[in-house]
Design a protein around this ligand. Structure first.
Ligand code: MRU
Length: 348
C-alpha cells in the first residue's frame, strides 16, 4: 500500500507529494505547526488525507503539550485547532478531522479526565480515523465498481487516489475495485494544471498498480469524448453541498459539462464526511486562491511575461445536475440529491 501518511513514535510521517514522481521522500512532522505547514504546502493533499492529517495534527499537539492543568491545555487546544483550520479553506474534511478530535477532547476535559489519559485517547482516535478512511475507500470501491464498464476507458481529473486518502483512494479506489473484479479499464488522467496532480500523482500511483494510464493535457478530453474514446468520468470531491453541488479540483466543472454533452456518465466518489450539510448549495463553498507563481512558473522556469494578471483558483464547483451519481461508503446517491443526501444523513 502507498504510505501517504502514518502516525509514528517520532511524529506524523508524510510522503512528500511535491517531490513525486521523481523522488519518494518523507517528511516527519514532530509538532502541530509542522503538520499545518505540510498541509498548507501540499506535501499532503487530497480532501480525505487532509482530514486525517488535521486530526493527527490536533492529536500530536495535545500529545506533545507541556500543559500541567486542564484550563492551560484547553487554551492550547484552541490555538492548535485554529492554526490547522487556517491552512486550506475548501476541503470540508479538514474541519471535520479537527472537529472529531476537538469533540473527543472536550468530552474528556468536561469529565476532568487526567491529562495522560486524554493524550492516549486522542492519539487512539486519530489512528482510528486513519483506519476508517481506508475502510471507507474500500466500501466506496465495492459500491462504485459496478457503475464502471466491464471494458472501457475512464477519465479522471486531479488525484483522488491512495495519495489523496490514507490508502486505496476514492475515485481511483473505485477504479482499483473494478479492476480487481475483472473489469478491463484503461485510465485517462488529465494532467491538472497548475499543480499537475494528474500527471505527477495519478499516473505514478496507477502505474505502480499496473493499471494502464495515459496522461492528457487538460484541453484534450473534449476531442477524445467526441471520438467515443471515453466511457465514464470519475472524480473525487473536496466538499459536497447539501444539494449535491460538488467542489473539486479546478477544471472538474468543465469536464462535467463535456461529459453531459457527450452522454458520458460523470461520477463523484467521496466519503460521506465530504458532504457539508451546513452548506446549502455550491455557491456557499469557499474556494481557495493559491499563489500566482504556481501558474507563472513551471519547474522553476518563468512561463509568462512580468506583470501579467494571473488567476489561480484551486477548485471549482460542478452543479449537481451534471452528476450521474455520488458514490459514498454508505451507498450510491442519485438525483434528486437534496433528498437522497438528506435520507442518507438521517439513516445514521
Ligand atoms: O489541491 P488538492 O490536490 O488537495 O486537490 C485535491 C482534489 O481536488 C481531489 O480531487 C479531492 O480532494 C478528492 S481526493 C479523494
Amino acid at each position: 500500500m502507498i504510505p501517504t501518511l502514518e502516525w509514528t513514535p517520532e511524529g506524523v510521517n508524510f510522503l512528500d507529494q511535491t517531490k513525486l514522481p521523481l523522488e519518494e521522500t518523507y517528511v516527519v512532522a514532530t509538532d502541530y505547526k509542522q503538520v499545518a505547514r505540510v498541509i498548507r504546502d501540499m506535501i499532503v493533499r487530497g480532501a480525505p488525507a487532509i482530514g486525517v492529517s488535521a486530526a493527527m495534527g490536533v492529536a500530536l499537539g495535545i500529545e506533545r503539550s507541556e500543559a500541567q492543568t486542564l484550563p492551560e491545555l484547553t487554551a492550547e487546544v484552541a490555538v492548535i485547532c485554529d492554526t490547522l483550520a487556517a491552512t486550506r479553506p475548501t476541503a470540508v474534511n479538514l474541519f471535520w478531522g479537527i472537529g472529531q478530535v476537538r469533540e473527543r477532547y472536550n468530552e474528556l476535559a468536561a469529565k476532568a479526565t487526567p491529562i495522560p489519559e486524554i493524550k492516549t485517547a486522542v492519539v487512539e482516535l486519530a489512528k482510528r480515523l486513519y483506519d476508517e478512511d481506508i475502510a471507507a475507500c474500500k466500501r466506496m470501491g465495492a459500491f462504485g465498481a459496478e457503475l464502471l464498464p466491464m471494458q472501457g476507458t475512464v477519465l479522471t481529473h486531479c488525484n483522488a487516489g491512495a495519495l489523496a486518502t490514507c490508502g486505496y483512494g476514492s475515485a481511483l479506489g473505485v477504479v482499483r475495485a473494478a479492476v480487481e473484479r475483472g473489469h478491463k479499464i484503461d485510465v485517462l488522467a488529465d494532467e491538472t494544471r497548475p499543480f499537475l496532480q494528474g500527471a505527477r500523482l495519478t499516473a505514478w500511483e496507477l502505474m505502480k498498480d499496473n493499471i494502464k494510464t495515459t496522461v492528457l493535457c487538460d484541453n484534450m478530453s473534449a476531442a477524445l469524448m467526441a471520438q467515443g474514446r471515453i466511457q465514464a468520468v470519475i472524480v473525487g470531491a473536496d466538499r459536497i453541498a447539501a444539494n449535491g453541488d460538488t467542489a473539486n479540483k479546478i477544471g472538474t466543472y468543465g469536464v462535467s459539462i463535456l461529459a453531459k454533452e457527450h452522454g458520458i456518465p460523470f461520477y463523484v466518489a467521496a466519503p460521506f464526511n465530504t458532504i457539508d450539510m451546513a452548506t446549502a448549495t455550491g455557491a456557499g463553498i469557499p474556494i481557495e486562491q493559491r499563489d500566482p507563481r504556481e501558474v507563472t512558473h513551471s519547474n522553476g522556469k518563468q512561463m509568462t511575461p512580468d506583470g501579467v494578471g494571473i488567476e489561480n483558483p484551486a477548485f471549482d464547483v460542478t452543479p449537481a445536475k451534471y452528476i450521474a451519481a455520488i458514490i459514498t461508503e454508505r451507498g450510491v446517491l442519485r438525483a434528486p440529491f437534496e433528498a437522497s443526501i438528506r435520507a442518507m444523513a438521517a439513516s445514521r
